[in-house]
Design a protein around this ligand. Structure first.
Ligand code: KMH
Ligand code: ZN
Length: 273
C-alpha cells in the first residue's frame, strides 16, 4: 500500500462560525489552520476562501492572498494546495475556474451534477470539459470529486476524450444530503468502479467522516477530514481545530500499520512533478 495521504478541507464554502467558532474565514485564520494541519501530518490542503465576513468567494485575488499567507508561514515546498473549483452552489462557472490562473499544483474537478441539500450543484459535461482543458493548460492535477456512481463514468468519459492526465486521483464524497449516502457498502461499490491504477481519497460527511476514513486506511485509499465536511470531534463535541481531526487520523493510521505520507511523498504518489 502507498503511504497515506491526508487532506485537510479546512473551511469549505457552507459551514459558518455560528456552527463552530473555530471555522477560519480570514487569510490569517486560514493560513494558521493550514499550517497546524500540515504540522500534524496533512499533505494536501483543500482550499476554499472567504471574504472576512465569511461569505464564500472564488475571487482569484482572495485565493492568492490566502495561498501567499499559507506559504509565508511554512518553509520549503509545504503542502500541496488544492483550491476548489466547486466554490459554492450557484456560482458561475467563469468565477469557479478563475483560480486555475494561479497555477496551483492541484484543484478539484467536480464530476457531475448532484442534489446538494435543498440546492442543485451543477456540473454538466461541457463545464467539466472546459475545466479539464483549463487544468491541462495550467498543468494542474485535477482531484476528481465524485458524489454519485455516475460521476465516475463522467470522469472516464473525460479520460477517453484525452482531457485528463495519465494519473487519475478521485475523491469519493459520501453523505452529502441528497446525494449517495455514506455507507461502507457504497464506498466499496464506488471504489470498484475506479480504474485499477487510480488513487482515491474518501470524504465522509458529518458523523460518517471517521468510519469511512478508518475503512479507507485499511483499504489502501486516502483520507480527507476537516470542517468543510465535519465540525465535530465526537458526538456533540465541536472540534477545536482542523488539526485535531488530522491528528486523530495520524494516530489511527499508526495503530493500523499504515505510514503517513509527507507532502513530497504525496506528490510522488500522485505523479505531481
Ligand atoms: N461547496 C460545494 C458546493 C469542491 O470543492 O470542488 C462544492 C465543493 C466541491 O465543495
Ligand atoms: Zn470543497
Amino acid at each position: 500500500m502507498d503511504k497515506l495521504i491526508i487532506t485537510a478541507a479546512i473551511c469549505g464554502a457552507e459551514v459558518t462560525k455560528k456552527e463552530n467558532p473555530n471555522v477560519p474565514y480570514t487569510a490569517e485564520e486560514i493560513s494558521m489552520e493550514a499550517k497546524r494541519c500540515y504540522d500534524a501530518g496533512a499533505s494536501i490542503i483543500h482550499l476554499h476562501v472567504r471574504y472576512d465576513d465569511g461569505t464564500p468567494t472564488q475571487d482569484k485575488e482572495v485565493f492568492k492572498k490566502n495561498i501567499d499567507a499559507i506559504k509565508s508561514k511554512i518553509s520549503g515546498k509545504g503542502p500541496i494546495i488544492q483550491p476548489s473549483t466547486g466554490g459554492a452552489v450557484g456560482m458561475k462557472w467563469q468565477e469557479r475556474i478563475a483560480v486555475a490562473e494561479l497555477r496551483p499544483e492541484m484543484a478539484t474537478l467536480d464530476c457531475g451534477t448532484t442534489n446538494f441539500g435543498d440546492d442543485i450543484f451543477v456540473n454538466d459535461l461541457p463545464l467539466m470539459r472546459n475545466f479539464a482543458k483549463t487544468m491541462i493548460e495550467y498543468n494542474i492535477l485535477p482531484e476528481l470529486e465524485c458524489f454519485e456512481p455516475g460521476h465516475i463514468q463522467n470522469a472516464l468519459i473525460l479520460k477517453k476524450e484525452g482531457l485528463l492526465p495519465r494519473h487519475m486521483h478521485f475523491d469519493i464524497v459520501l453523505g452529502v444530503p441528497g446525494a449517495l449516502n455514506a455507507t461502507i457498502k457504497n464506498l466499496l461499490f464506488m471504489t470498484e468502479l475506479l480504474p485499477a491504477d487510480a488513487t482515491w481519497t474518501v470524504a465522509g460527511i458529518g458523523r460518517f467522516e471517521l468510519p469511512l476514513a478508518v475503512n479507507a486506511i485499511t483499504m489502501g485509499g486516502h483520507v480527507r477530514v476537516g470542517f468543510e465536511d465535519n465540525i465535530f470531534y465526537s458526538k456533540g463535541v465541536l472540534a477545536t481545530s482542523n488539526a485535531q481531526l488530522v491528528e486523530r487520523i495520524v494516530r489511527l493510521a499508526k495503530e493500523l500499520g499504515r505510514e503517513v505520507a509527507t507532502a513530497d511523498e504525496a506528490r510522488k504518489i500522485l505523479g505531481i512533478e
